[in-house]
Each structure stands twice: as structure tokens, then as C-alpha cells.
Design a protein around this ligand. Structure first.
Ligand code: GLV
Length: 325
């Protein structure tokens, strides 16, 4: 019987073609919203491979429901939606797409930094609302980007790409990460500091850590209290890295100037979320890697990972390499 691959979303580029050419039957969920849990469990039961996105929770229950599952491949670098330990325990490799989305993600983080500093969205809203009656010497004054201090939390690929962008603006770049990368420091002109120093000295704090137990609510009330009241927080990592109730309180009280968020907790953000009532909070819908070429490249890698796994070969980009140990 032809083996089934379950494709949870409509990904860009050629996805079904290469899978069918390799002899698999493609079962694709084509609705705009992700497959509901019962569909996920039902399809998993009949599936040898899953192509998914960050909106699907592939946990131990889904993996247990899929006796024939040989490979999971996600359209993302982050794998916090996948219970890696459950996959590894079953010997199932998990593919992801690091590298190809680094530049697009750093572009978006830097765009949020600029938009927040120079109040771009407030300005656009002001014009659309018909408030622009004259040029004003005090109108929409924002913060200087050039020469300011950028703090980067997490100096992986995207953190480094952010630092490179900051160099062009002659920013002072500080970073904090678990391990110090002296080679990268020299290359990108960034200085390692401890976490309290990063919080205290950053004019812009940009988050580039994965979501793990250790990074859950890493930025909470105590951390926000150490930041400058003029500081701007940029989160393009994962929503739960920030305690959003604490963020709301700090923004509301003027203890933090502005937050620009590409990610929220939960996603999508609830329309009742108090963050959406604040003028000093900009939220965009998780579009970090959303460049046309980047998304096509991600889709190609996702398919390559899946096909390699189905052939029993090592995945080109594997998030749980311990599966090969
Ligand atoms: C996007 O957030 C990703 O992890 O690729």
C-alpha cells in the first residue's frame, strides 16, 4: 500500500510534487487554520512522515498515535512545538530549517527596532487619522538608533546577524549568552556582558534565544525593572520568553518605553490582550522569516529533510541528532 505523508499547511513552492515523485501519497490539510487536534491524531495514525509548521503541537500523544511514523520535518528553525524527547525515544529524527532564515529574521528584528525607535506605526496611524495639519518641531520625537546600545540576548545565528546590522548604525553591541563566543565577538564587534549588565545598559534589548524550560519567562518583572525606562524591547524569538503580564505592567507604568513583538503568548494574541490597548506596544503576526525567497528555501529544506528521513538517511538539518547516537 502507498505510504502516506501528512502535510499540515499549504507551504510555498513545490512540496507535494517531490513527495509524490518519490512514491508517497500526500494527504494535505488545505484550510487556512491549522488542523484541529482530532485531525492531527487521526492523520498521524496513518502516516510515515509529517511535514508541519510551528502551529502544530507534535507531542508524545501525536507520536504515540503514529505507529509507522519515521520522520517529522518542520517549516521553522524553532522546534519548541515538537516534543523532541518523545521523538528521540522512538528513534524519529526531527528536521528543521536553520540557517536559511537567519538574514530574513534579523531583518525583521531590525525593522521592529527602527519602527519602535522612530515611531513609524504611530506616525502612519496619525496620518491616516487625518491629524497631520502641519510639520511640527516636536512631532513624534523618537529615540536615536545611531550610537545607541543594542543588547542581544542569545548570540546564535540570528543574534549575530542582528549584531552585524547594528554595526552599520555604529551601535555599541553587548550580548549575553550561556557560552561566550570570542571568535564571533571579534568578527561582529560585540562584547559579552553578564545578564544584569545587559539589562541595565541596553537602549534596545533584542531576544534571540530558543524557547526552552530555561528561557521560559526569562524576561519577567524583576528583569524589566532593571532595564532603563527609555529602553525598547524587541522579541522575535518566542512569546513565552517574556512574561507578558509583567511586560504590560512595565509598559503601562512607563517603566519601559516600548515593546515591539513578532511573537506573543499565546499565538495568535487574544484580541482581549491588554498589550493591544497600549500605544507603546507594536505587535506583528510572527513574520520573522516571511520573505518570499526565504520561505521557498525553507520549504525546499523541509522536503529534503523529510525525504532523507524516509530513505533512512541522516537528515541534512536535524534538531535531535542524538537520535543517531
Ligand atoms: C520561526 O519562528 C521559526 O522558528 O522558524
Amino acid at each position: 500500500m502507498t505510504q502516506q505523508v501528512f502535510v499540515t499547511r499549504q507551504f510555498p513552492g513545490e512540496v507535494a510534487g517531490p513527495l509524490e515523485a518519490a512514491g508517497y501519497r500526500v494527504q494535505q490539510w488545505t484550510k487556512a487554520l491549522p488542523p484541529p487536534r482530532d485531525v492531527m491524531l487521526r492523520e498521524a495514525a496513518a502516516t510515515v512522515g509529517i511535514l508541519c509548521s510551528l502551529t502544530e503541537r507534535i507531542d508524545a500523544e501525536v507520536i504515540a498515535a503514529a505507529p509507522d511514523l519515521r520522520v517529522i520535518s518542520t517549516f521553522a528553525v524553532g522546534v519548541d512545538n515538537i516534543e523532541l524527547s518523545a521523538a528521540t525515544a522512538r528513534g524519529i529524527p526531527v528536521g528543521h530549517t536553520p540557517g536559511v532564515l537567519t538574514e530574513a529574521s534579523a531583518d525583521l528584528a531590525f525593522a521592529l527596532l527602527m519602527a519602535a525607535a522612530r515611531r513609524i506605526v504611530e506616525g502612519a496611524d496619525y496620518v491616516r487619522a487625518g491629524h497631520w495639519k502641519t510639520w511640527g518641531p516636536q512631532l513624534l520625537l523618537g529615540q536615536e538608533v545611531h550610537g545607541a546600545t543594542l543588547g542581544i540576548l542569545g548570540m546564535g545565528r540570528i543574534g549575530q546577524a542582528m549584531a552585524r546590522r547594528a554595526q552599520g548604525f555604529e551601535m555599541r553591541v553587548l550580548y549575553h549568552s550561556r557560552s561566550r563566543d570570542e571568535a564571533a565577538e571579534a568578527k561582529i564587534g560585540a562584547q559579552w556582558v553578564d545578564f544584569p549588565t545587559l539589562l541595565r545598559e541596553s537602549d534596545f534589548l533584542s531576544l534571540h534565544v530558543p524557547l526552552t524550560e530555561a528561557t521560559y519567562h526569562l524576561i519577567g518583572a524583576a528583569e524589566l525593572a532593571q532595564m532603563k525606562p527609555t529602553a525598547i524591547l524587541i522579541n522575535t524569538a518566542r512569546g513565552p520568553v517574556v512574561d507578558s503580564a509583567a511586560l504590560y505592567a512595565a509598559l503601562r507604568a512607563g517603566r519601559l518605553a516600548y515593546a515591539a513583538l513578532d511573537v506573543t503568548d499565546p499565538e495568535p494574541i487574544s484580541m482581549d490582550d491588554l498589550l493591544l490597548t497600549l500605544e507603546n506596544c507594536l505587535v506583528v503576526p510572527h513574520i520573522g522569516s516571511a520573505g518570499v525567497a526565504t520561505r521557498h528555501h525553507m520549504a525546499r529544506i523541509m522536503v529534503e529533510n523529510l525525504l532523507a528521513g524516509l530513505r533512512g538517511e541522516r537528515l541534512p538539518y536535524c534538531a535531535n541528532p542524538e537520535v543517531y547516537a
